[in-house]
Design a protein around this ligand. Structure first.
Ligand code: HPA
Length: 265
């Protein structure tokens, strides 16, 4: 099947981040899939644990398009390649996007395994995916004041409370990576107002916002950021935390999806 066969399959999309790639496929009735390598002009995800497929399926009867694996700027791709999947989701009819990632906890009240609902972000990547010719039909200077949807944040908080999962609401700071931060950078980011740090999400969110999508961002605090604990950071910890928190993540997403229909404007 081609991508165009899935047009208007669902208005809801989800991007599965590091350590979270397998979470949703496990609870989804999969009806179809398209590998990134079969899509013209689409780059491949090379990051560990990022599969590289669009999945089409239902959770609790609600259709959803899942991106199993994302593209990162640190893979050496142009920003326009990193956000191409967002343009594809938009063309497929997606209007609401759940963006997930693994992030390092900067806020000292956070603990490994907590979730953070992204209330706002800081673009620390030194570039912007909208640089370039103006996109026909979209604003040149999109407003970013209300980027993360309040109804979605409140719904996730309510769900987390019901199922006793620790969630915070905080600010995500996006860096290019791929090196982790130094302890001095983390102290500086804390002063800037960041609660968690990661190497993704910001480009996709900027692009999705320009396209008018309602956005919900969820970070899994997979490790405490550099210098917070007296230990080195490792990708192994990031992936292991994802694996450990899988049941809670699945429960939260499933509950959200079953309420999604009630939240459409
Ligand atoms: N820093 C940057 N990106 C990350 C981290 C981190 O500590 N953890 C997971 N992704």
């Amino acid at each position: 099947m081609n991508l165009s066969d899935w047009k208007n399959y669902s208005t809801l999309g989800i991007i599965l981040g590091s350590g979270l790639n397998e979470c949703i496929p496990e609870v989804m009735d999969i009806e179809g899939e398209i590998a990134y390598k079969d899509i013209e002009g689409m780059k491949l995800s090379t990051a560990p644990g990022h599969v590289g497929k669009f999945l089409f399926g239902k959770i609790d009867g609600q259709p959803i398009v899942a991106m199993q694996g994302r593209l990162h700027f640190y893979e050496g791709y142009e920003m326009r390649d990193v956000v191409k999947p967002i343009q594809i989701l938009h063309a497929l009819g997606v209007q609401s996007l759940i963006v997930t990632n693994a992030a390092g906890g900067i806020n000292l009240e956070y603990a490994v395994g907590d979730f953070m609902l992204i209330a706002d972000h800081i673009n620390f990547m030194g570039t912007n995916p909208l640089i370039g010719p103006k996109q026909e039909g979209f604003e040149r200077f999109p407003d970013m004041s209300y980027t993360y949807d309040r109804t979605y944040i409140d719904t996730f908080k309510k769900i987390a409370d019901e199922i006793s999962v620790r969630v915070h609401e905080g600010v995500y700071l996006g860096t290019t990576g791929p090196s982790y931060e130094t302890p001095a950078e983390i102290r500086a980011f804390r002063v800037l107002g960041a609660d968690a740090v990661g190497m993704s999400t910001v480009p996709e969110v900027i692009c999705a916002r320009q396209m008018g999508m309602r956005i919900c961002g969820i970070s899994l605090i997979s490790n405490m950021a550099a210098g917070v604990l007296d230990q080195k950071l490792s990708e192994k910890e990031v992936l292991e935390t994802g694996e450990r928190m899988k049941p809670q993540f699945q429960k939260m997403i499933t509950a959200f999806i079953s309420r999604y229909g009630d939240m459409t404007r």
